[in-house]
Write a protein that binds this ligand. Structure first.
Ligand code: GLN
Length: 491
């Protein structure tokens, strides 16, 4: 492992500013490690080394002229659901074939505008549906972490598994990801990295391949809370090209990370103590509570009574929106096509061949819950539950500043362990989907390891538009935890 690739984003930017190394040297170091290890880790599904080195040279020239942006010269990986002009974007689905966008997503454009360097496109579950990346057309990435004394390959979570692998294995300084029901926070928890889903509407969805439009939100996976804050700041913006983009200023969150939690009230939702949660996660949660208390926060037990309905509501709303969004893939305008005897045959063949089993399952569920006769019983009901869940949060947020919960009910699991039972896979999202249903910001920060040496994350959920508090609490936990463990290198 080269020293340059193990730097944090913040330290790398300092090294660039102090001319300790150039953007080209830094980028070359990443290009080399990706070349050496991607066959094993399968984090990148498209590598763009020439583009990266060109961008690095332009960055060096810009810095020499004193015009460096916030991320100038920082090599970043991009989840494969962000449209990148001239670079293949398939959301890891067969149905997108060799689709190469002619335009750039707003989030990635914001990164390039601040000088970031693109290393390539990162692996993910097909259309971001999944919690393990087993649905990727390109096969799953490997989690760099392994259980002590075992060679079993573990999942780095999903759907942003490629982003999490790449950050944890030092194959980029940081990565873009996206979160519809936990796809930033769960992979971050499984890989000892930091991931934040901002408030719904903070980042533009323009140019992101849509899964469930009322839940999808962009965010980063990074090595530290400070790195995540800086990246979130750059990724978020008001954008007229997304009608749900919020017309608000983006704060400078990097200044919040070390402000501490003195005087804050932190809620502990009792409904998140679910049956069968491993003791190590219970213990870590308690440890997190103790850390925050020791730093001057007041801990308050709170109740979010509708929590138990969140997962069923999510698995109605998300497939419903997906069935509508994915109707556009019909083999006519772009992507792959299976020619049939007539138009209907072409549609059917294309969609039967192009979508994987999990995507097809969701499209069928989504179509069913939206169909006349069932719409009221399922979709409308789920939307009402969603309102209740939001009201629960609004009530507790009159009393507390943020909530502390585990990010996931388990540590990283091995491939195949949950893939036979979709419901068991869906249970992974139990602590994360609520923030999506309510549109609230949620961050996962690594806080410790379990008995087998695997990383575990704690989640902080904040009020709408109050990412600042999430970063403060996460910063406090990061400092108290002093989480410096790195996976032992086997790849
Ligand atoms: N695991 C969840 C799902 O499969 C969340 C996915 C996501 O956030 N994109 O729907």
């Amino acid at each position: 492992m080269s020293d340059l690739t193990s730097l944090t984003l913040t330290d790398a930017l300092e090294g660039l500013e102090n001319k300790t190394f150039s953007a080209r040297e830094l980028t070359q170091a990443f290009v080399d490690v990706i070349e050496a290890s991607n066959d094993t880790l399968n984090a990148y599904v498209v590598k763009t080394p020439e583009k990266a080195l060109d961008m690095a040279d332009v960055s060096d020239a810009r810095r020499a002229k004193g015009e460096a942006g916030l991320l100038d010269g920082a090599p970043i990986g991009v989840k494969d659901l962000y449209c990148t002009k001239g670079v293949r974007t398939t959301a890891c689905s067969e149905i997108l074939g060799e689709f190469t966008p002619t335009y750039e997503s707003t989030v990635t454009q914001n990164l390039w505008d601040q000088g970031a360097v693109m290393l390539g496109k990162l692996n993910m579950d097909e259309f971001a549906m999944g919690s393990s990346n087993e649905t990727s057309r390109f096969g799953p990435p490997a989690n760099p972490w392994r259980r002590e004394g075992s060679n079993a390959t573990l999942t780095s979570g999903g759907s942003s598994g490629g982003s999490a692998t790449a950050v944890a294995a030092d194959l980029c300084l940081a990565a873009t990801a996206s979160d519809t029901g936990g796809s930033i926070r769960q992979p971050a928890s499984f890989t000892g990295t930091v991931g934040i889903k901002p408030t719904y509407g903070r980042a533009s969805r323009y140019g992101m391949v849509a899964f469930a439009s009322s839940l999808d939100q962009a965010g980063p996976i990074a090595k530290t809370v400070a790195d995540a804050a800086l990246l979130t700041e750059v990724m978020c913006s008001h954008d007229a090209k997304d009608s749900t983009s919020l017309p608000v200023e983006t704060p400078q969150w990097r200044h919040d990370v070390s402000k501490g939690v003195k005087g804050m009230k932190i809620g502990i939702p009792k409904e998140y103590r679910v049956d069968g949660m491993p003791q190590a996660i219970e213990d870590l949660w308690q440890q997190g509570i103790d850390w925050l208390k020791a730093q001057g926060a007041e801990i308050v037990e709170v109740s979010l009574p509708h929590t138990k309905y969140a997962l069923p509501a999510y698995y109605i709303v998300a497939p419903a929106e997906a069935s509508s969004n994915l109707a556009r893939y019909d083999g006519m305008r772009y992507g792959a096509r299976v020619q049939g005897d007539n138009l209907t045959g072409t549609y059917e063949g294309t969609r039967a061949d192009g979508f994987g089993a999990e995507v097809q399952r969701r499209l069928m569920i989504g179509t069913y819950v939206l169909s006349s006769g069932y719409y009221d019983a399922y979709y409308l009901r789920a939307q009402k539950v969603r309102t209740r869940i939001l009201q629960d949060f609004e009530t507790v947020f009159t009393e507390v500043d943020a909530l502390l919960t585990p990010t996931c009910p388990s540590a990283a699991f091995a491939y195949g362990e949950k893939s036979d039972d979709p419901v068991e896979m869906y249970l992974n999202d139990i602590f994360t989907v609520t923030a999506n249903l309510a549109g609230l910001p949620g961050i996962s920060v690594p806080a410790g390891v379990d008995g087998q040496g695997l990383p575990l994350g704690l989640q902080i959920v904040g009020k709408a538009l109050d990412e600042a508090t999430c970063f403060r609490v996460a910063g406090a936990i990061e400092e108290a935890a002093g989480f410096v463990a790195k996976p032992e290198r086997w790849w």
